[in-house]
Design a protein around this ligand. Structure first.
Ligand SMILES: Nc1ncnc2c1ncn2[C@@H]1O[C@H](COP(=O)(O)OP(=O)(O)O)[C@@H](O)[C@H]1O
Ligand SMILES: [Mg+2]
Length: 266
């Protein structure tokens, strides 16, 4: 249990999902879901395919707007959350299917993670080259730090479409980190990876959490990863909340075993 060894790492509530329900036509993707995430925590969301995990993250960052319920974030209540509010207040995410600009380099893709932090408008940049330049430099430095942290210096100029899948996932994490998030939403960051790539990604997630104090919500199917990384786990099952507790709690929960752990889900 690597993540829970550090006393004082976890603080008070940073996010609370309050009675969220979301439907698509007749499909109830989320049914009265409530849980909280504490500052500094690694909080996993697990459950079978179609359980509503990705939808839950989409409600948290405002991509989907739930018909009922609210998102509390840093002490404010949003019903619903809006994407620009989430992004400009420190929520960043990665996607289940990689969403990068394939023709652009690693570096340029990661620079897009800084867009919301850029103060100078295009016009300003043209009129006052100075401010534009110094700002550009500042963003470049922030991105270079992330590149170093993720050990991807060698591929900084490579178009991401040419990179192997595991590295593309790492670049996507890099883009999210470039935004210097307080809350990082990771949607299956290790899906499709081999064991070595999974170990690397696990290590980076732990390091982000410990070194930057970033709070992390993690959707992951690999139970050994979930058990190793998570402080607490939410279990969803076809839109319903099945369980919420420590990794040991959920691992030993008979309903969770019946619905998810006891069945093949790859
Ligand atoms: N944009 C959408 N339009 C219609 N249905 C959707 C949409 N997004 C998700 N759903 C439906 O919501 C349910 C939950 O999906 P999802 O959140 O992707 O589950 P998970 O990530 O746990 O596999 C599924 O039935 C899915 O088809
Ligand atoms: Mg999903």
């Amino acid at each position: 249990m690597i993540a829970t060894d550090h006393a004082g790492r976890i603080g008070g509530e940073i996010l609370r999902v309050e009675n969220v329900s979301l439907s698509f036509g007749g499909v109830r993707a989320l049914n009265d879901i409530s849980f909280d995430i504490r500052k500094g925590e690694i909080r996993s969301i697990i459950g079978p395919n179609g359980a509503g995990k990705s939808s839950m993250l989409n409600v948290v960052n405002g991509f989907y707007q739930a018909q009922e319920g609210a998102i509390h974030y840093k002490g404010k209540r949003y019903a619903p959350m809006q994407p620009h509010i989430a992004a400009s207040n420190g929520i960043a995410r990665t996607f289940q299917n990689i969403a990068l600009f394939k023709g652009m380099s690693t570096l340029d893709n990661m620079m897009t993670g800084r867009v919301l932090k850029m103060k100078a408008s295009m016009v300003e940049q043209a009129l006052y080259m100075f401010r534009g330049k110094s700002e550009e430099l500042e963003h470049r430095e922030a991105v270079e730090k992330v590149i170093e942290f993720l050990e991807i210096q060698a591929i900084r100029r490579t178009p991401v479409g040419r990179l192997p899948y595991g590295l593309q996932k790492r670049v996507e994490l890099g883009r999210a980190l470039a935004a210097e998030p307080d809350l990082l939403l990771l949607d299956e960051p290790m899906a499709g990876m081999n064991i070595e790539e999974k170990e690397d990604m696990s290590r980076f997630i732990i390091d982000v959490n410990e070194q930057f104090g970033t709070t992390i919500a993690l959707i992951e199917h690999d139970m050994s990863v979930v058990m190793d990384l998570s402080d607490r786990v939410v279990v969803l099952d076809y839109g319903k909340m099945l369980a919420d507790g420590t990794p040991d709690d959920v691992r030993n929960n008979q309903q969770v075993i019946d619905a998810y752990l006891g069945v093949s889900h790859d």
